[in-house]
Design a protein around this ligand. Structure first.
Ligand SMILES: Cc1ncc(COP(=O)(O)O)c(C=O)c1O
Length: 410
């Protein structure tokens, strides 16, 4: 076996790695689905529930004030993490809800009959299905920026499609199947020169690299707390303040109002007008702790760590007989995600064999059915990394794949 070098020695910060799975130490290669949680985040959640559990905004008592302060402090942490302002940060449940919020508010108000919504062929269902629903309702059209053989966006085609002035370009920053890092800054500039709004699905990028919404000039950007060491059930929608102020809220109810009468109501300021009802207080505060943890390690270190692992894994995987890897083979063009098929072994069967070795991978269509159709397959196996993964994890994966080859008599 290769000499084992841990890049970042952080496994000890994640209690889940203390246990064994099927009698083996856990090798978690499914962080693109959801990441593991560091002890700091777990302690923060426990502290909220044990020490100052109460509702936000409504209570004028010590606990309520502390909860409100911590909730708003978390919003500030999120804002500064992506270089925006707290007024531009809406807490949602996840990326999916963030995208749906834009579709149902800005989309419904701005996309009309015969308008075009521009997506790419590598979108996750979360950035595809809501637009399909809206297009059907409004009699609008959807176009797709195609991908090349290598799994990159076809830039020439993007220019052509953007110059046709769709109403919005909604695209993923990093593909959850191909791992491709899309040149979103250039595409946003091009879109804005053509008066096209841009929504970025940053579910796979914000957890792994520095994302600066001002530098990118994104109009909307969505991501999930649970993929970046935070709890499940908390997500973020960033929107430029002027845009958020120009649109109607989606949900009505507590805390999103300014005044309510029997006949009508007026809305609270942004971002509160988009946060109806009791929010996921613990989730937001836990996400704040996750951001502290990410920043302690450093986003550049995290990015480089995942790049090194991706390069190492690609080189090793390429040598496995019968493997077909999807997406760019140049590791510099991708980050943290590698999808593949091993001969004609169904990915679910492969996943089962790997699970016996304590190795958790994703198998299936990874919520990207049209992309799998495009690749001419129905399913794939996917490994994805985060800071707690090591070269040793990759070596174990390769050994387990060799075992699978034997089990299935290849
Ligand atoms: C690129 C991308 N977009 C959107 C999502 C949806 O995220 P969530 O399920 O947290 O809403 C995912 C989740 O895997 C993703 O990878």
């Amino acid at each position: 076996m290769e000499q084992i070098i841990s890049l970042l020695d952080v496994k000890k910060d994640f209690p889940i790695f203390k246990q064994k799975v099927n009698g083996k130490p856990l090798v978690y290669l499914d962080s693109a689905a959801t990441s593991q949680k560091p002890i700091d985040v777990l302690n923060t959640l426990e502290e909220y529930y044990k020490e100052y559990n109460s509702n936000v905004f409504r209570a004028i008592h010590t606990l309520g004030e502390k909860a409100t302060e911590k909730y708003e402090e978390a919003r500030k942490k999120v804002a500064s993490f992506i270089n925006s302002s707290p007024k531009e940060i809406i807490f949602t449940r996840n990326t999916t809800e963030s995208i749906n919020l834009v579709v149902r508010t800005w989309g419904k108000a701005n996309i009309k009959k015969d308008d075009t919504i521009l997506l790419t062929e590598m979108e996750h269902h979360s950035n595809l299905v809501p637009w399909l629903m809206l297009a059907k309702e409004q009699n609008a059209k959807i176009s797709y920026i195609p991908i090349t053989e290598e799994g990159l966006l076809d830039i020439k085609k993007s220019q052509e499609l953007i110059s046709k002035k769709p109403k919005i370009l909604a695209l993923t920053h990093i593909s959850n199947v191909l791992g491709t890092i899309n040149p979103i800054k250039e595409l946003i500039q091009l879109a804005h020169r053509n008066n096209v709004a841009v929504l970025v699905d940053a579910a796979q990028s914000v957890p792994h690299m520095k994302v600066d919404v001002k530098d990118l000039d994104a109009d909307f950007l969505a991501f999930s707390g649970h993929k970046m060491f935070g709890p499940t059930g908390i997500g973020v929608l960033f929107g430029k303040r002027k845009l958020l102020e120009s649109i109607e809220p989606l949900y009505g109810g507590g805390e999103m109002i300014k005044e309510v009468f029997y006949t009508h109501a007026t809305w609270n300021d942004v971002p509160h007008k988009f946060e109806a009802g009791t929010p996921h207080i613990a989730g937001a505060i836990g996400l704040g702790a996750a951001i502290d943890y990410l920043q302690k390690i450093g986003m550049q270190n995290i990015f480089e760590h995942n790049q090194k692992l991706t390069e190492y894994a690609l080189n090793k995987l390429k040598q496995v007989k019968g493997i077909k890897i999807y997406g760019p083979l140049d590791s510099k063009l991708r980050n943290g995600v590698i999808s593949f098929n091993l001969a004609d072994i169904h990915p679910h069967d492969l996943s089962t064999v790997l699970d016996e070795e304590g190795i958790a991978i994703r198998s299936g269509h990874a919520c990207a059915m049209p992309l799998h159709d495009k690749l001419g397959i129905t399913a794939s196996a996917r490994v994805s990394f985060h800071v707690y993964n090591t070269f040793e994890d990759v070596d174990k994966l390769i050994l387990a794949l060799e075992k699978a080859r034997k089990v299935f008599r290849l």
